[in-house]
Write a protein that binds this ligand. Structure first.
Ligand code: NAD
Length: 340
């Protein structure tokens, strides 16, 4: 049983908490031992408040230890694993502290704001011989797992073009409004768009260069709307866009990938395919929530020291941050083509 602590019970942490409670009640691989948030009111409300419905019951905070200081939690509790769901600018410090205590770390995306931070996190994990993984959850998300499978198997031949979109309304609920401060969250590019950037990296590898147009709409928040062209040696047309200023309460994540012999489209209502010799149809994907699968995969890595992290290695997450930073540079320079 992997004894687990959670740090940060805000928007994302609440989702992890619901999964950790579920794991604990299932009595299988993960046991929730302790949770921490600097804000004690986070322990007063058992509601699951999360923008993606991941199921589960109300949370009973008397079933595990609650802390308002994570230094105290990692000092006092005997933990095998922590999930860090703190604001992004706190990821590096918390990761280093937990690794130093000999605790394996599953840290939320984005890994950090700069490649230099990521290198430090990776070097620490190697130095102490503990596991580190970043919550690039799309790698565990049914519709994206299916896409990866179809691309790798060349089911419809080679990819000729791909478009990814992510967006919704402005996130104005965060702790001390960190999400609206570029130096804390990195804007929509680091915070939201990073999911699709990581998917582009996962599916196609790093491109030779990027060109990004970014619009700053809210002063001080970073780029709130971005569009990137990823330039590959074979000239496949890859573009990803993000906009977190939409006048729409529904959160969208979509893609359209074109192959030589078929087109896959992940719309708001599911994944559809049209292909040569096939009647257009919907593809049923794994409905399990990606955060649950991601945590389970990480716990399995901890339980099985010889298991290689082939799905979501932290080196990939670091490369994704390099890519995000190249996009930021390009966006700050009017779409300048920026080499990786
Ligand atoms: N994987 C995903 O799909 C996804 C979705 C949302 C957010 N995230 C990521 O999760 C992280 C957290 O985002 P969020 O939306 O939950 O932010 P949030 O502001 O809603 O929550 C942050 C929480 O951290 C707490 N906190 C702040 N300082 C603390 C400290 N020193 N010790 C303990 N607790 C502290 C705050 O009180 C708050 O409850 C970010 O990195 C974000 O990018 C990931």
């Amino acid at each position: 049983m992997v004894k687990t602590g959670l740090i940060g019970i805000g928007g994302m942490g609440r989702g992890h908490l619901a999964n950790l409670v579920r794991f604990t009640s299932e009595g299988e691989i993960i046991k929730l031992v302790a949770a921490c948030d600097i804000d004690p009111t986070r322990f007063e409300n058992g509601e699951r408040q999360f923008n993606i419905d991941i199921g589960g019951d109300a949370i009973d905070f008397s079933k595990f230890a609650c802390y308002t200081d994570y230094d105290e939690m990692i000092e006092k509790e005997d933990l095998d694993m922590v999930i860090i769901a703190l604001p992004t600018y706190m990821h590096k410090e918390a990761t280093l502290k937990c690794l130093d205590k000999g605790i394996n770390v599953l840290c939320e995306k984005p890994m950090s704001l700069t490649p230099a931070d990521c290198e430090e996190m990776l070097a620490k994990a190697k130095a102490v011989g503990k596991r580190l993984m970043i919550g690039q959850v799309l790698r565990f998300w049914g519709e994206y797992e299916t896409l990866k499978e179809y691309i790798d198997n060349k089911t419809y031949g080679e990819v000729t073009g791909a478009y990814f979109f992510r967006g919704g309304s402005l996130p104005v609920w965060s702790y001390q409004n960190w999400l609206m401060k570029r130096e804390c969250g990195g804007g929509a590019t680091h915070d939201q768009h990073v999911h699709d950037v990581d998917m582009v990296n996962y599916l196609f590898g790093l491109p030779d260069a990027v060109s990004t147009v970014g619009k700053i709409i809210i002063p001080g928040s970073g780029h709130d709307s971005v569009s990137t062209n990823y330039i590959y040696p074979d000239n496949k047309v890859v573009n990803a866009q993000d906009d977190w200023t939409m006048q729409d309460d529904v959160f969208h994540m979509n893609y359209r990938v074109n192959f030589e012999k078929g087109t896959m489209q992940f719309r708001d209502d599911g994944l559809y395919v049209s292909a040569e010799g096939e009647v257009p149809h919907k593809i049923e994907c794994d409905p399990e929530n990606g955060y649950y699968k991601e945590a389970k995969y990480f716990a399995n890595l901890i339980e099985n020291p010889d298991m290689v992290n082939t799905i979501n290695p932290p080196e990939d997450s670091m490369a994704t941050i390099r890519l995000v930073c190249a996009e930021e540079y390009s966006a700050d320079h009017h779409g300048e083509v920026t080499k990786l």
